[in-house]
Write a protein that binds this ligand. Structure first.
Ligand code: UD1
Length: 418
């Protein structure tokens, strides 16, 4: 087992390049199963979740090439139906995209209930609502989702809850359905637009992604092509917060500044200086951080996946901050780790109050989940003394070369064997 050892107190300085989006790549790789030809996907992040989804799509007999670490070529022309191994499915939340993809390709799918980070209840009723509306029969009893359809027919589906996963999954199932499908109250996250652009590049006909009404006109065939994944909004946000939290000066390159607007606004409110460039953002610490209230929401609101990192910053932002988690029921487990480092946080239900302390102190802590792990690393960078972060395979799920990128910015951080 490996851990990260961090000696805090060094302001981050320099340039960092952001990798391709984790949440896009999982959906896009599942989407290659729809395509009757070669898909070349560029700007793939080198993270462990990618290996998991690749192993799953290999089990259908897809041919996979990796000309370099950041490019994957998938040829799913000759795939055959299979039920992916539960051991793989339970490792990532994104496995649920295989339901939409297999339904589209084979008119049937059988996937165990997916795993992923534990933020309380994570229902998939809206995915099922969409599949059923398209004409599939879905049975989700006994921890396995079994879906079959004679035909999939375009329909209008209203999502009762704005769901990223349901929006993408219904897009997948509808790509080759007969007629037109409309998703109302669709999620608008950047990776939904990315997914629609990918599917369109491969031959689909999707309009309106990025608005709350997505229209999918079924096509008979998707032939393949080349596609480049967008930069990871959450990795970019993590580095922006780390720069501000350490009082540093970092140019975060290969980002889409528009995707960062909610975070940019909150960092400015908290006292950082943020400058937007064409495809980069510069974040400078300006001395004292000020308390700020934040509420997470679906895009374009403040992303829930940056909530833990922002709370790490707020631990030393002078005054009383309030963080309201507007997406997940239970996403404050990591706060116990920050409390070990001297933070004063009171988390209950969907709200945490954060009373500032003058400084955090290094301590042995663990990553409780992917983004909670990033939060304790940021806290370690801010703290006086040495922090040891264990359970870091969770961080490796979603951050490419996290400690190497931080080290290049001057952080004192090492990966060592426990
Ligand atoms: C995705 C991201 C995750 C992020 C989340 C919200 C991936 C692989 N994961 O997760 O990192 O935190 O978006 O931005 O992309 N809900 C229902 N019924 C459903 C589906 C969702 O009630 O059928 C609820 C959930 O419990 C949650 C909210 O809707 O409260 C949002 O969930 P959703 O957007 O679906 O999250 P994921 O796609 O699972």
């Amino acid at each position: 087992m490996e851990k990260l050892v961090i000696t805090g107190g060094v302001p981050l300085k320099g340039n960092v390049d952001i990798s391709g989006a984790k949440n896009s790549v999982l959906a896009i790789l599942a989407g290659t199963l729809l395509v009757n030809g070669e898909c070349r996907i560029e700007n793939i992040p080198d993270i462990s979740d990618v290996s998991v989804i690749l192993s799953m799509i290999e089990c259908f007999g897809a041919k996979i090439g990796r000309p370099d670490k950041h490019t994957i070529v998938v040829d799913a022309k000759d795939i055959t139906y299979a039920v992916p191994d539960y051991e793989l499915v339970r490792r990532i939340r994104g496995s649920y995209y295989l339901i939409g993809a297999l339904l589209s390709r084979f008119r049937k799918a059988e996937i165990a209930m997916p795993g992923g980070c534990n933020f309380g209840s994570r229902p998939i009723d809206q995915h099922i609502k969409g599949f059923t509306a398209l004409g599939a029969a879905v049975d989700d009893s006994r921890g396995v989702i079994k879906a079959t359809a004679e035909n999939l027919t375009g329909v209008s589906v209203y999502l009762d809850k704005v769901s990223v996963g349901a929006t993408i999954n219904i897009m997948l199932a509808a790509c080759k359905a007969e007629g037109v499908t409309v998703i109302e109250n669709a999620a608008r996250e950047p990776h939904i637009v990315d997914m629609a652009n990918f599917l369109n590049a491969m031959g689909a006909n999707i309009k309106g992604a990025g608005t709350n009404r997505v229209k999918i006109k079924g096509v008979t065939d998707m032939k393949g092509g080349t596609y480049q994944i967008i930069p990871d909004q959450i990795e970019a946000g993590t580095f922006m917060i780390a720069a501000a939290a350490t009082g540093g000066d970092v140019l975060i390159r290969n980002v889409i500044p528009k995707h960062m607007e909610s975070l940019t606004a909150k960092l400015i409110e908290a006292g950082a200086k943020v400058t937007e460039l064409d495809d980069a953002i510069r974040v400078e610490g300006t001395g004292k951080l000020k308390a700020t209230n934040v509420q997470t929401m679906p895009y374009p609101g403040f992303p829930t996946d940056l909530q833990p990192q922002m709370v790490a910053l707020l631990t030393v932002a002078e005054g009383l901050s309030v963080m309201v988690e507007g997406v997940w029921d239970n996403r404050f487990q990591y706060t116990d780790e920050l409390i070990r480092m001297g933070a004063k946080i009171n988390a209950a239900g969907k709200m945490a109050t954060i009373q500032s302390v003058p400084t955090l102190y290094g301590a042995p802590v663990k990553a409780t989940d992917l983004r909670g792990g990033a939060a304790v690393v940021i806290a370690g960078l801010m703290a006086e003394g040495t922090t040891e972060v264990s359970n870091i395979t969770l961080i490796d799920r979603g951050y490419e070369k996290f400690e190497e990128k931080l080290r290049a910015l001057g952080a004192k951080i090492e990966r060592v064997e426990e």
